[in-house]
Design a protein around this ligand. Structure first.
Ligand code: BGP
Length: 479
């Protein structure tokens, strides 16, 4: 058994809009993420066109990472983290997206975060855009539906690449870019919300509009990668896919084809472009079956070809089933659902728990692309109980992490080139899908509640101490 490499990047991940707060501080402009109210599994978040007085918007104060980053990064160093994935909030740098020059205070904030990480020898992994964009670009251009958005995004990339060139080596372009292949994904990923006010359940986007906008986002991703490769050869550029493996519900050949088709569109459509530099063979049929005409201009194909990534990154939370049966119960997911698998248990939020699915996914990805892989999100959202003595005994989270880390170790033994793991998450944060705090993911508890109350006090959970041990022994002993 070979196990994790010596320089394996043991880490943890967060996203700006889910932790920072300070949504209108030091020149920051409103982002799409700032327009989502709080919600729950049953009462969906509402996306509003402007800030409404009687509503609570959890990103506005997040868990106040903006003012706690020093304390948080110190705890990260005590945990032994080798890597720290975070995102830059585009609207701290360009408040409306269209300014000619960047906001210096925003740039300074990330300088300070990076300096702090550097002080403790923690490798940053930076997501350029994690589920947000300047609301100004929604107003002006309806987000990624416009090709012009690519230019504004490139202004942003030029600035941050230049500024942080000596501090950041690993970059991810767009978080979970494949969500936009689903009807609801564009709400959070593409800014296709110009005239929308309504719940996340009611939103849907037609396939023509979203695949065209996704084409623009893929071009932007490729251009960013090319810019990095041309000017900053020390950078390592990655994509980021919400990877969901689909199993056939039965061994009926129709079910096998259904699962294959589902994975083609959800998992491979986007990553084939980002890794191989062109749309996969099945895209044309998918477009024609759905009457989609992608406006691919001369030059677009070259851009996609020239902007292929150096490594593949994914989030992994669940697997699903697909098949032709109509009466099978549904299983919940972030932006997509599927058939419930009778062999799997689910989290309190209905996400199916399947560590073997991670091993299966990593093998599938590596077989297809043979480039290094990082798992940059994986974790359990659960209700935690804060004991009177301020302890949090989250054995369920430890079990979850143990089984998934074991699956990664097995996949390495299978021959997969896995270079890093950043669990979701280091600290409790606002849930992207429900806007709750009570769906807690952190190794560190934060006193912040669903209604916005709380002192922001940080407390280490049992899982913090367990993960520290695992990092110490490089995953050789998972007990
Ligand atoms: C991924 C997102 C994260 C994160 C995670 C958990 O889709 O990249 O931002 O939130 O899922 O999902 P949730 O917060 O909805 O429970």
């Amino acid at each position: 058994m070979s196990g994790f490499k010596k320089d394996f990047l043991w880490g943890s991940a967060i996203a700006a809009n889910q932790v920072e707060g300070a949504w209108n501080v030091d020149g920051k402009g409103p982002s799409t993420a700032d327009m989502f109210t709080s919600g729950s599994q049953k009462n969906p978040r509402i996306f509003t066109k402007s800030i409404e007085n009687n509503k609570y918007y959890p990103s506005h104060d997040g868990v106040d990472f903006y003012h706690h980053y020093k304390e948080d990064i110190k705890m990260a160093s005590e945990l032994g983290l080798k890597a720290f994935r975070f995102s830059i909030n585009w609207t701290r740098i360009f408040p409306t997206g269209i300014e000619d020059s960047p906001n210096e205070l925003g740039l300074k904030f990330y300088d300070s975060v990076l300096d702090e990480l550097n002080r403790f020898n923690i490798e940053p992994i930076v997501t350029i855009s994690h589920f947000e964009m300047p609301y100004g670009l929604v107003d002006k251009l309806n987000g990624w539906s416009s090709r012009k958005t690519i230019d504004y995004f490139m202004n942003y990339c030029q600035i941050i690449f230049k500024r942080y060139q000596h501090k950041v080596k690993y970059w991810l372009t767009f978080n979970e870019i494949n969500n936009s292949t689903t009807v609801s994904g564009p709400l959070i990923s593409l800014g296709l919300t110009k005239d929308y006010r309504g719940t996340v359940f009611d939103y849907s986007c037609d396939i023509q509009t979203r695949l065209q906008a996704l084409h623009h986002q893929l071009l932007a991703s490729a251009k960013a990668v090319k810019l990095a490769h041309d000017k900053y050869p020390q950078f390592k550029m990655g994509n980021m896919v919400a990877f969901i493996p689909y199993y056939p519900y039965t061994s009926a050949p129709e079910d096998i084809l259904a699962a294959n088709n589902q994975m083609n569109i959800l998992d491979w459509y986007v990553s084939d472009v980002q890794v191989r530099g062109l749309y996969p063979y099945f895209a044309k049929k998918y477009w024609s079956d759905n009457d989609v005409k992608i406006d691919i201009l001369p030059g677009d194909e070259d851009i996609l070809k020239q902007g292929t990534v150096d490594f593949y990154s994914l989030s992994y939370y669940m697997s699903m089933c697909a098949g032709l049966q109509k009466k099978v119960a549904k299983s919940a997911g972030n932006f997509i659902d599927g058939m419930k698998n009778p062999y799997l248990k689910s989290s309190e939020w209905g996400w199916q728990l399947d560590p073997d699915g991670l091993r299966y996914s990593l093998n599938q990805i590596y077989a297809r692309y043979q480039i290094p892989i990082m798992v940059v999100e994986n974790g359990l959202g659960a209700v935690d109980k804060l004991e009177a003595n301020e302890k949090i005994h989250d054995d369920y989270r430890i079990d979850y992490l143990r089984s998934h880390i074991k699956a990664m170790r097995d996949s390495i033994d299978d021959g997969v080139d896995l270079i890093g793991y950043t669990n979701w998450s280091f600290i409790d944060l606002v849930s992207a899908s429900t806007g709750e705090m009570s769906k807690r993911y952190g190794l560190i508890y934060i006193d912040k509640q669903d209604d916005g109350t709380g002192s922001f006090k940080r407390l280490r959970k049992d899982s913090y101490y367990w993960y520290k041990k695992i990092i110490d022994n490089n995953g050789s002993d998972l007990e």
